[in-house]
Write a protein that binds this ligand. Structure first.
Ligand code: GZL
Length: 364
């Protein structure tokens, strides 16, 4: 699948996606700057850092307002509805919502927001409600990948274009939604495996705290991790996999079971920071010392990066939640009648022992 990478900096590694197209941004706070991708660090650009625009990547699938069947409009006079999926207890969700609000405010766009409190049925009714309140455009951070038909039909009936961010919905681009903006979750899993291999020396038994079921993030982060382990460290064995539902408390409970059943476990791959921090709490409760079990997590929240500084966590792969600039740029370009990419990849950084302390302020 050809995907357009919103390349915030030259990548040190060949990317699995086609050439980058970058989307014009006047970065607000916490945008990423051109920084040294070799260390994989993420760095907040000074506010206002300009990054140039291009059209969608050559060969990447695109969408236009004519093909989609909607009407041109001026974003400044439009109302955008934003549907957030999970309760804003997780810093990932807090930062994601703030990024959408900041960009709407910066552009002077009227924004309606709703939060489904991690209940999919509520997210469906939230979006119906946003449509009833007159949203001309929708940005949706889906909780699940399936079950969206009622919303898609309602939005199509009102010719309200949808941009999805973060998790994928199983529907048709440039028909049910315009564009999908997200991290490369398989790549995140691969980078987490690289950090786990480095932390464990590539030998021993490791566990996976799986994310919530029913979305592509969990599936893809798991696939990336396992594929990389098989490719680079066949003596590292995944002996335990259980979901922690992307939640800290469940991550702690599952880890307590893990260390009972697998006392010799060498590493834990937590598919998000909240579960990784739950694992740290479980290890502390069991009298373990920092570093006894190597933990690698995904998101890039402040507490997890602090965990690297404190020695409890070996590495954190960022999952960049700052979709605001990209989402609104996509809406703006699309509603002016220009083509946008159907798939846009937001770039992620990473944290390890080499940059956790210096880059802690860039975590969210
Ligand atoms: C990933 C996002 C995940 C985060 C978790 O983009 O969908 O959901 O990694 C969150 O923290 O629960």
């Amino acid at each position: 699948m050809q995907r357009t990478t919103h390349r915030r900096r030259p990548l040190a590694r060949p990317v699995a996606v086609s050439l980058a197209a970058v989307v014009a941004l006047t970065a607000t706070s916490c945008a990423k700057s051109e920084d040294d991708a070799s260390s994989g660090t993420s760095s907040a650009a000074a506010a206002g850092a300009e990054q140039k625009v291009a059209s969608p990547a050559p060969g990447g699938k695109t969408c236009t307002i004519e093909a989609y069947g909607a009407e041109k409009l001026d974003l400044k006079n439009a109302t955008v509805g934003f549907s957030q999926s999970e309760k804003e207890a997780n810093p990932f969700r807090i930062a994601e919502t703030q990024s959408i609000k900041d960009e709407a405010s910066k552009r002077g766009v009227k924004l309606l927001t709703a939060n489904a409190q991690s209940q999919f049925s509520k997210q469906i009714s939230d979006v119906q409600d946003l449509l009833a309140k007159g949203a001309d455009l929708l940005v949706i951070a889906p909780l699940n990948s399936d079950g969206w038909d009622p919303v898609l039909q309602a939005a199509a009936a009102k010719k309200v274009p949808i941009v999805t961010i973060d998790r994928k919905i199983n529907a048709t681009a440039c028909k049910d939604y315009v564009s999908f903006i997200a991290s490369d979750f398989v790549e995140q899993g691969k980078r987490a495996a690289d950090q786990m291999i480095e932390a464990t020396g590539g030998k021993g038994e490791v566990a996976i705290l799986l994310g919530a079921a029913g979305n592509n993030v969990t599936t893809e982060r798991t696939k990336g991790f396992k594929d990389r382990i098989a490719e680079k460290a066949p003596e590292l064995k995944v002996v335990f996999e259980q979901t922690g539902d992307f939640a800290r408390e469940k991550g702690q409970q599952v880890t307590e079971q893990l260390i009972q059943s697998k006392p010799g476990i060498k590493g834990i791959y937590a598919e998000n920071d909240e579960m990784g921090l739950g694992a740290v709490a479980a290890l502390k409760g069991a009298g373990k010392k920092a570093g006894d079990v190597k933990i690698v997590t995904v998101d890039g929240t402040r507490n997890a990066v602090q965990g690297i500084v404190d020695g409890w966590i070996s590495g954190v792969i960022e999952s960049n939640p700052r979709f605001g600039p990209l989402a609104f740029q996509t809406l703006d370009t699309f509603t002016q009648g220009e083509e946008v990419a159907q798939d846009i990849v937001i770039e992620d950084g990473a944290y390890g022992a080499d940059n956790a302390k210096s880059d802690l302020g860039k975590a969210y």
